[in-house]
Design a protein around this ligand. Structure first.
Ligand code: NG1
Ligand code: MG
Length: 388
């Protein structure tokens, strides 16, 4: 893979000194959905697929970008002193946003760069290809210009780039999982304090399977912001009597006691999900630690039901694929992952049933929706880094 990327780099940018290769994974969230921006916990892991950024220093001060995934856009060249958002630059806005973060922290780019990107994460599926591009760029800048920011700082810079440059008000989960991920582990992150702890993903004789509904998440952006506002309103109502700064601080019991303070019925349901999902996430990590995979799986199922009925972010396709998974022998748990409305599900399936799971769940899903699902047996990888 690395040699192939170098050859392709040389084809695009011309021969010269060997470029350096940086990699950032995609991520999948196992449980803790729509909790990050509510000050709750999430439990994602980094994947072995991700984004490669292959880069070489130039003699002038220009930045040249090229993606093997978007060849039709061709090469985009900008002056490193003027890094601005441009709609027509499409995917290049992600690396630009991150580079801008470095400039805003006082970096004068000492030399230009040629950068070739290649990603093997399915696009628009909720596996965070965008955060992956951001972290690959952040690590590249940090290493090439010997800037010595620590990974947590690069994570925050990438999230800030997505918020302010791209304009998506995402929580910190994606960038954190991608920057801080660890081989064979998932990470429990408190999104309010940024305290975190790794948990070995010991699934015994079972594996994680991601299934892409192949329903693009068209509505996700607007609904995402709508859910955020609903939760903010619910929090404001609760704050009339409770001294809290986020929904993540409440136990389900405390919430039940004070839920009547939330005047709007819909807001109440959204907040209920956020509080209970946060609690489920903590419980799930405990069960995993104790080796009770079945209990972990059952909490994944409950998470899906709550996202379907209370948070209302699943949609026909995600529901069909999860229900198909629930019906299969060997399924320990299954739920939607990411923002919802389309994208992927994540399941835990006993190894001996993986083949029949893929065949049968795929068939049932197709019969219900007319869409073909794609399945990936997950390899959990390390966080963003230079490949040497
Ligand atoms: P996805 O759908 O995987 O991009 C989004 C948010 C996360 C989190 C989840 C819901 C972005 C970039 N990411 O994830 O921060 O809020 O939804 O748990 O919007
Ligand atoms: Mg994204």
């Amino acid at each position: 893979m690395q040699n192939q990327l170098i050859n392709q780099f040389n084809e695009v940018f011309g021969e010269g000194s060997n470029p350096r290769i940086f990699f950032a994974p995609g991520r999948v969230n196992l449980i803790g959905e729509h909790t990050d921006y509510n000050g709750g916990h999430v439990f994602p892991c980094a994947l072995s697929v991700g984004t490669y950024a292959v880069a070489r220093i130039r003699e002038d001060r220009n930045l040249r970008f090229y993606s093997l995934n978007f060849k039709e856009l061709g090469m985009i060249e900008i002056d490193s002193k003027t890094v601005e958002y441009e709609k027509s630059h499409d995917w290049v806005n992600y690396p630009k946003g991150v580079i801008k973060e470095f400039l805003d922290r006082g970096l004068t780019i000492p030399s230009g760069l040629d950068i070739l990107y290649f990603g093997n994460i399915p696009n628009g599926a909720g596996l965070s290809s965008s955060a992956s591009i951001e972290l690959a760029t952040a690590v590249m800048m940090n290493e090439l210009f010997s800037l010595s920011y620590d990974m947590l700082e690069l994570v925050k810079m990438s999230q800030h780039a997505e918020n302010s440059f791209i304009g998506v008000s995402c929580g910190i989960m994606d960038q954190f999982a991608i920057g801080m991920g660890k081989m064979e582990s998932a990470v429990l992150l408190n999104c309010q304090t940024l305290d975190y702890q790794y948990s070995p993903l010991k699934l015994n004789d079972a594996s994680l399977i991601i299934a892409n509904t192949n329903k693009r998440r068209a509505l996700a952006d607007s609904k995402y912001n709508e859910r955020r506002s609903e939760c903010e309103r619910a929090l404001k109502d609760l704050q009339k009597e409770l001294e809290i700064t986020s929904l993540g601080e409440l136990s389900p019991e405390e919430f039940a006691k004070h839920a009547h303070l939330i005047s709007n019925k819909t807001d109440r349901k959204r907040a209920k999900h956020a509080v209970e999902e946060n609690h489920r996430t903590l419980q799930a990590v405990k069960e995993l630690g104790a080796g009770d995979i079945e209990a972990f799986g059952s909490l994944m199922n409950q998470s899906h039901i709550s996202l379907r009925d209370d948070y209302e972010v699943t949609g026909a396709e995600l529901d069909a694929l999860v229900e198909a998974a629930w019906d299969e022998e060997g399924t320990i748990g299954s739920r939607m992952t990411g923002a919802g409305f389309g994208g992927c599900t994540v399941s835990i399936v006993k190894n001996e049933f993986i083949d029949t799971f893929i065949e049968n769940a795929g068939k049932t899903y197709f019969e219900k929706t007319g869409l073909k699902a794609e399945f990936y047996v997950v390899a959990v990888g390390d966080g963003a880094r230079e490949l040497k």
